[in-house]
Design a protein around this ligand. Structure first.
Ligand SMILES: NC(=O)c1ccc[n+]([C@@H]2O[C@H](COP(=O)([O-])OP(=O)(O)OC[C@H]3O[C@@H](n4cnc5c(N)ncnc54)[C@H](O)[C@@H]3O)[C@@H](O)[C@H]2O)c1
Length: 251
């Protein structure tokens, strides 16, 4: 039986750990051919090995998403290997928990260079590869922190808010190329990014804020949403926000 993204070439950034790894595994399980990038070579190679061991097809390219020149190499290598790119999951991201008063210019630049500028480079440089495919789906990973305020994540919140509206700009501009662009807004997810906080029950409850479902999600609970946006099942969705947050932003 054909998978939900059968033979689609899916480029996933930051696929070594956490949600990116899970997105790659699920997309591959559903027939996607994976180009996986990460700044962490060992972690990225491990995900690729696991995809291939499970009967999928994946290649790894080391990449710092904040380095524009590397994007050009990544897209060229993906096209060389698979002929085109159908899906881009702009997943790589970093967090530093700091108040505005604690945030330095270096913190601001580090976070925004990766979460926002790196994502912009991806949307910019993927275009020729998606044109070759006759269209595509770009999935930009934002956050509930791109929608609502929270303590101690000022620079991160600015980066994820930018991703939210930039996604809508891209949806408008790329419609001419038959490319859909949507953002995903995960709530509190159990990954390396949140591991320190989630290790403590009281801190976890505080982090969950007003979430209706009082637990962190597993990465795969977000991957199902990414799979939907990657597949043709979401053919009428562009410029939208897919919120997967246990009701965090509902109350
Ligand atoms: N964990 C959460 O609760 C949560 C909630 C909302 C949104 N998010 C977002 O989801 C995405 C994935 O987060 P996660 O929790 O899986 O994080 P994670 O820290 O578990 O994994 C992030 C991955 O990105 C890679 N990476 C970091 N900087 C990179 C760079 N410059 N270039 C390429 N790769 C780089 C890391 O090596 C790692 O493999 C991020 O964009 C994050 O902001 C996370």
């Amino acid at each position: 039986m054909a998978g939900r993204v059968q033979d689609k070439v899916c480029l996933v950034t930051g696929g070594g750990l956490g949600m990116g790894r899970e997105h790659a595994l699920l997309l591959a399980e559903e027939g996607g051919r994976i180009v996986l990038t990460d700044i962490d070579e060992a972690a990225g190679q491990k995900t690729v090995e696991d995809v291939n061991a499970a009967g999928g097809e994946a290649v790894f390219i080391k990449q710092d998403v904040a380095a524009e020149a590397e994007w050009k190499t990544v897209v060229a290598t993906a096209v060389e290997h698979f002929g085109k790119v159908d899906v881009l999951v702009n997943n790589a991201g970093v967090l530093r928990l700091k108040t505005i008063q604690e945030t330095t210019a270096e913190d601001w630049d580090f976070i925004n260079d990766i979460n926002t500028k790196g994502l912009f480079f991806g949307v910019k440089h993927i275009l020729p590869a998606m044109e070759k495919a006759g269209g595509g789906s770009i999935i930009n990973i934002s956050s509930i922190y791109g929608i609502a305020g929270a303590p101690s994540a000022a620079a991160y919140q600015a980066s994820k808010g930018a991703v939210r509206v930039f996604t809508k700009s891209a949806a408008v501009e790329y419609a001419a190329f038959n490319i859909r662009v949507n953002s995903v807004h995960p709530g509190v997810i159990a990954t390396a990014m949140t591991a320190d906080v989630i290790a403590d029950d009281e801190a976890t409850q505080a982090l969950l804020g007003s979430a209706i479902i009082r637990r962190p999600a597993q990465p795969k609970e977000v991957s199902w949403g990414v799979l939907f946006l990657a597949s043709d099942e979401s053919s009428y969705m562009t410029g939208s926000e897919l919120v997967i947050d246990g009701g965090y932003t509902a109350t």
